[in-house]
Design a protein around this ligand. Structure first.
Ligand SMILES: [Zn+2]
Length: 356
């Protein structure tokens, strides 16, 4: 039985509501599988598959990793070590950025943890904390409270102690400044300095926190007419600035340009239809940089003979028409917790998106 008085992720006192059906866009839909809607001061509000919540609660060790059996993408299961503080980081940042609940599911959990949004080192954790201060600064000089016990997931910290180290680092690097007389054992009140504003601006225009999404696909007519307009719309609707260099004017240094733009992008969409070498190269380059790569392929081209080995381990979006592609891509981005706008799940309709 699930203890509905505590947060499955962090163990803090929380309220948990069991949900079997919900209304989306005026329509009642059953949740399959059922989920728990959790309201935790520390991890924010989020939704979690009931079974997953139960497994985590039963196996949770203080500040530790947990072994979970998760789908391996080939119909079986595999045992995976999951760091719970990173999940707290994902749910909290999604909640503060979008005001929407991140849905944690067994199917998407590994993608959610592997995405470029999850910091890979302490320097990136400090950047996350800085972005949080920026998010709460409506103007230069805004005072932002950082509470050590409640706010540590915004920096993807292991605990309150590590969170304090990150905030100290930002103060020493003169990115934030303590507001006099407000620092105590529970936290500190800070303002973002001009150096801090500059740094957040850099982060917003390059790397995993930028708004740019790079799109790689074959320069074929069907791609230009069907695939690209839909991918562009899906990315715009999830809060990204899409960039596809295929149909831009010729550039002599196109390779340098492409690799620079991939570096600047948070997300890379790779459509493998027509199986062009350069598309696979761009996917590999993005993967090597630690960017989140979402591979796709049109159904008729997604055959064992045509698929290339190096992308086989990824879960492809296999689409058959524009409408199908739009819904699947939006839902994948949302399922991974990468939607910058926190939109609702899209149900395929007969109408092609963007057309009447
Ligand atoms: Zn929590």
């Amino acid at each position: 039985m699930l203890n509905d008085k505590e947060c499955p992720l962090c163990g803090e006192k929380a309220t948990t509501t069991h949900v079997e059906a919900e209304t989306i866009g005026g329509e009642l839909r059953y949740c399959d599988p059922p989920r728990e809607v959790v309201n935790c001061d520390r991890c924010g509000d989020y939704a979690i598959e009931s079974n997953l919540a139960l497994n985590i609660q039963a196996g949770r060790k203080p500040r530790g990793e947990i072994d979970l059996l998760l789908p391996d993408g080939e119909g079986g299961e595999k045992k995976v070590k999951v760091k719970l503080h990173l999940l707290s980081g994902r749910t909290k940042t999604y909640w503060v950025q979008t005001d929407k609940r991140l849905p944690l599911t067994r199917e998407c959990l590994l993608e959610q943890l592997g995405s470029a949004q999850v910091p890979k080192n302490p320097a990136q954790c400090a950047d996350k904390l800085l972005l949080y201060v920026k998010l709460n600064s409506s103007r230069y000089g805004s005072v932002v409270a950082l509470e050590r016990k409640k706010d540590w997931p915004v920096a993807y910290a292991h605990d309150a102690e590590e969170f304090v180290h990150f905030s100290k680092h930002l103060a020493e690097a003169r990115m934030i400044r303590d507001v006099g007389g407000t620092r105590n054992s529970e936290g500190r009140k800070v303002v973002l300095t001009m150096e801090g504003w500059k740094r957040t601006e850099e982060l917003a225009t390059a790397g995993p926190d930028s708004n740019q999404a790079f799109v790689a696909m074959a320069s074929e007519r069907d791609m230009e007419e069907v695939c690209w307009p839909v991918v562009r719309l899906a990315l715009q609707d999830t809060g990204y600035d899409p960039l596809c260099v295929n149909w831009q004017e010729d550039n002599e240094k196109i390779d340098d340009y492409i690799t620079a733009e991939i570096r600047r992008s948070a997300l890379v969409i790779v459509d493998c239809t027509h199986h062009k070498q350069n598309v696979y190269y761009e996917a590999g380059f993005a993967h090597g940089l630690g960017r989140t790569v979402i591979p796709m392929c049109r159904e008729d081209e997604f055959t064992a003979e045509k698929r290339q080995f190096d992308l086989m381990t990824y879960r492809h979006i296999v689409w058959d028409d524009a409408n199908d592609l739009y819904a699947k891509l939006c839902n994948r981005i949302r399922g991974m917790g990468l939607d910058r706008k926190g939109g609702e799940t899209v149900k395929p309709t007969k109408k092609r998106p963007g057309k009447t």
